[in-house]
Design a binder for this molecule. Structure first.
Ligand code: PFF
Length: 438
């Protein structure tokens, strides 16, 4: 299927799509609460270290592997391994695709809540609710839960059905600038709330003792991988739509940087706001869905800010979900030689059916999210690293990454990719298992 493969039109379109994939619920929903749980500013040390050292290296690898082979993980792993006489590449490459399918399911369920919140926030009666906790619980009730899941998957299917440049690239060109605009407006609004200073003090007073706990480091790495979409899947597929004149090292650095900015921006929006209204910042999953509406309810201009906030969260979530589902769509097209539209329809349909039990039960949902994002995803990233940094000759890998780059990486990069990336990733996967993170 490599022949006639679709392409991104421009480097900026590609970067926006990758930022779209990276910036998502992981940034706006998970990051602020992890920051709250694992030491505030102290958590930033392992997190930034992992994003820039491990994340950027991994992104270069995934974009490069995709571009070199022009294929998603199954075809790409196969092509590299076959050169060494190993015939299990496709089987190995099906691991990231299957895990990504699991992510498609839970990510759609949460994105469906956001679609519903956007819709509801247009009605002034939304902020008149007495109890947002009860409203959140009602998200899991029968018919409406299933309906919104269907709406969410339909939106994503319609975009993906339009293809790489018209669908994915086109929509990200609108959604990403809009999202960053929303974050900026919301930061200003939060900072000007009375009592916001408490939140800033909290963010800036690190609990260093957290750094002595291995769990903090394990969480930081899991979060970093999830946040930059590293798992040998989405970024390999986006890389496979690249032309040879795209600057991979630069694109990787920019993806990671915008991703970090979005995570920090989300924390600067949410934490001061919750402090201003005397709410617990370590509230966890309900932070965006229960706490923020409560904040909007009491805030001047709450109606307007709640609409733009949830539209921003929606753009972030949809642009990530697109990249997630695209992996499975591409895998299906590759395996069964079908058209894009058919593949999108089948995958969205199966995700809908399998998503229903999760849409109706938050306990199972959070267990699956933690299990997949903390344990299973980093393993996918390690596999892609093994394929491209260890099995493929490292010199060839570096040459591929440097094609079309004004900022080529030197030989110093080779041991970082081979030993630091692989070593640290494996170590942390093991630590997570030992400490039963989740
Ligand atoms: N990076 C996305 C987020 O932070 O929400 C999630 C994600 C996207 C994970 C794409 C994996 C992936 F392949």
């Amino acid at each position: 299927m490599a022949q006639g493969r679709e392409h991104f039109n421009t480097q900026i379109g590609f970067i926006l799509a990758c930022v779209g994939s990276a910036v998502g619920l992981g940034n706006l929903w998970m990051f602020p609460w992890r920051l709250g749980q694992y030491g505030g500013a102290a958590f930033l040390i392992p997190y930034l270290l992992f994003v820039y050292l491990i994340g950027v290296t991994g992104l270069m690898g995934e974009y490069g592997l995709g571009r070199m082979t022009g294929k998603g993980p199954m075809g790409a792993f196969d092509q590299v391994l076959r050169k060494k006489g190993m015939l299990f590449g496709r089987t190995m490459g099906s691991y990231p695709v299957i895990i990504t399918f699991l992510i498609t399911i839970f990510y759609s369920v949460v994105t469906a809540w956001v679609v519903r919140y956007v819709w509801e926030s247009f009605f002034p009666s939304f902020l008149e609710k007495q109890d947002f906790g009860a409203h959140f619980n009602s998200l899991f009730e029968g018919g409406p839960a299933i309906l919104w899941l269907g709406v969410c998957l339909l939106i994503v299917a319609l975009i993906l059905g339009r293809g790489v440049s018209k669908g994915i690239e086109g929509i990200n060109r609108i959604m990403m600038p809009a999202l960053f605009g929303v974050l900026l407006i919301m930061i200003i609004r939060s900072a000007t709330l009375e009592g916001a200073g408490e939140g800033f003090r909290y963010l800036l007073s690190p609990d260093w003792s957290q750094l002595t706990k291995p769990i903090t480091w394990a969480m930081a790495l899991g979060q970093a991988f999830f946040s930059v979409s590293l798992m040998g899947a989405a970024m390999v597929v986006y890389g496979s739509y690249l032309s040879k004149d795209t600057d991979i090292p630069y694109s990787s650095f920019i993806t990671a940087s915008f991703d970090t900015m979005a995570a920090l921006a989300a924390s600067l929006v949410i934490i001061p706001a919750v402090f201003a209204f005397g709410i617990d910042p370590a509230a966890g999953p309900p932070l965006v869905f229960v706490t923020m509406p409560e904040v909007f309810k009491s805030m001047t201009g709450g109606y307007f800010f709640s609409i733009i906030f949830f539209v921003g969260v929606l753009f972030a979530a949809i642009s990530s979900l697109m990249s997630i589902m695209e992996v499975v769509v591409d895998g299906f097209m590759d395996q069964f030689n079908t058209s894009r539209k058919l593949s999108v329809g089948v995958i969205a349909g199966i995700a809908f059916v399998l998503g229903i039990p999760l849409a109706l039960d938050i306990d199972n949902l959070t267990i699956i999210i933690d299990f997949v994002s903390i344990y299973l995803m980093p393993i996918g990233a390690v596999l892609a690293g093994l394929v491209f940094f260890v099995i493929n000759p490292i010199k060839e890998t570096r040459d591929e990454i440097n094609v079309g780059s004004n900022n080529p990486v030197g030989r110093w990069w080779e041991p970082i990719a081979r030993y630091v990336f692989i070593g640290v990733s494996i170590l942390v996967v093991i630590l997570q298992m030992l400490y039963q993170v989740g």
